[in-house]
Design a binder for this molecule. Structure first.
Ligand SMILES: *Cc1c(COP(=O)(O)O)cnc(C)c1O
Length: 387
């Protein structure tokens, strides 16, 4: 079956009620018929559920769908995207290892790498998203993992997955990719050589701004280590959130198609707007890595970013002029969202770090929703008019 069909059809075994849709398994633990059955489960001789920090049928349904969508061998679902990222580092890196990443990564990921990993003796360094030639030179004898996002948040730089996975292979490194911005219906890093894929399921995967969640999928041995770390440390996904997210995956493909269609139309309309100094969308030929984007992505995704010539003040006044778009920290919602990274998500970086990742003072990020595209365009155009 095609992975898109699997995202609709994979389902936990029916209970005696013969329900068509999966019920909620709101239970912290599971019962055994006798001592022998219980012993076998604890000895890992059966795959019976024991306790929802380890596994839960609804969480398994969501995880199995993500494994199918990403073309992975195994997966583990977590309470948030950040716990998936954190677990993938803590389970696989140890004192003396070096983590190679890119300066364009999600703000909290940057905080984990820069502020916490050194406490455990784990070294790191960053290359620039727009300088692919830096990757190979930055690999050290103790490099263990390459971690990257593509497209990056919020600058929408595209990193060539085939190129980086060839390096990971050559130097025997783990390639760990945050595929949050693209989603597996748009880009499948494992097909291109990645060993692990992490997600914030909070974003496009939920798609309706209701729950937090995360997931890591990939090679069986690596996921097993991450699972063992998580089952002891406790960032398990809530069964309720898994129920919401599994339902969301049934419509991921159709939603992403429309998000991308609306985003492309918005990008084309605004590209030469007199108040905008530059606009980035992966599927516009003006994007600096357009050739890589069309090689590894099915569409340009749902995020558009642009820089206002008026800088910080224009950025703030643009947000204040919006009447329909939401001002909120999320992305990947049915409702279009505008954000101003320099004063919010990336405010903790220094000016230098921000500029190194192309976060200019006037940068606006739009998460393009599923409202009628005419309404999205009208609100943004009138807000630009007076900013
Ligand atoms: C939001 C986000 C995260 C963190 O996910 P949470 O679910 O908020 O913990 C990680 N990576 C990217 C690219 C994100 O956008």
């Amino acid at each position: 079956m095609n992975p898109i069909t699997k995202a609709i059809r994979i389902q936990t075994e029916r209970t005696n009620e013969m329900e068509h849709s999966t019920p909620l398994f709101l239970t912290s633990s599971f019962c055994f018929d006798d001592a022998e059955e219980m012993r076998a489960a604890f000895a890992d001789e059966s795959d019976d559920n024991i306790y929802s920090r380890f596994s839960n049928p609804g969480v398994k349904e969501f995880t199995d769908k993500m494994v199918a969508l990403e073309g992975a061998e195994a997966g583990y679902a977590t309470s948030s995207g950040m716990s998936a990222v954190f677990a993938s580092f803590m389970a696989l890196l140890k004192k003396g290892d070096h983590l190679l990443s890119c300066n364009s990564i999600f703000g909290s990921t940057h905080t984990i790498i820069k502020k916490y990993l050194p406490n455990y003796g784990i070294e790191y360094s960053y290359i620039s998203a727009d300088k692919p030639e830096e990757w190979e030179a930055a690999i050290r004898p103790n490099t263990k993992m390459i971690y990257l996002e593509t497209p990056t948040n919020p600058g929408l730089a595209i990193i060539d997955l085939e190129m980086v996975s060839a390096l990971a292979k050559k130097y025997n490194l783990i390639l760990n990719v945050d595929n949050c911005f693209a989603t597996p219906v748009n880009q499948r890093p494992i097909d291109l050589g990645a060993h692990l894929v992490v997600h914030s399921a909070t974003k496009w995967i939920d798609g309706q701004g209701r729950v937090l969640g995360g997931v890591v999928v990939g090679k069986k041995e690596l996921v097993q280590d991450i699972y063992l770390f998580c089952r002891s440390t406790g960032p398990a996904m809530s069964p309720f959130n898994a129920w919401v997210l599994s339902k969301s995956l049934e419509t991921l493909d159709v939603r992403m198609e429309r998000h991308a269609k609306n985003a492309l139309q918005l990008a084309k309309t605004l590209e030469h707007h007199p108040k905008i100094s530059f606009l980035k969308y992966p599927f516009l030929p003006s994007h600096p890595q357009y050739e890589i984007a069309i090689k590894q992505m099915q569409n340009g995704g749902g995020i558009v970013c642009f820089d206002l010539k008026g800088g910080l003040e224009s950025g703030r006044s643009f947000l204040n002029n919006l009447t329909m778009l939401s001002l909120t920290a999320n992305l990947g919602d049915t409702r279009s969202i505008a954000s101003h990274p320099a004063s919010t998500t990336h405010a903790k970086l220094t000016d230098e770090e921000r500029l190194a990742t192309n976060i200019t003072p006037g940068l606006i990020r739009i998460s393009v929703g599923l409202e009628h595209v005419d309404d999205i365009l009208a609100d943004i155009l009138q807000a630009l008019e007076n900013c």
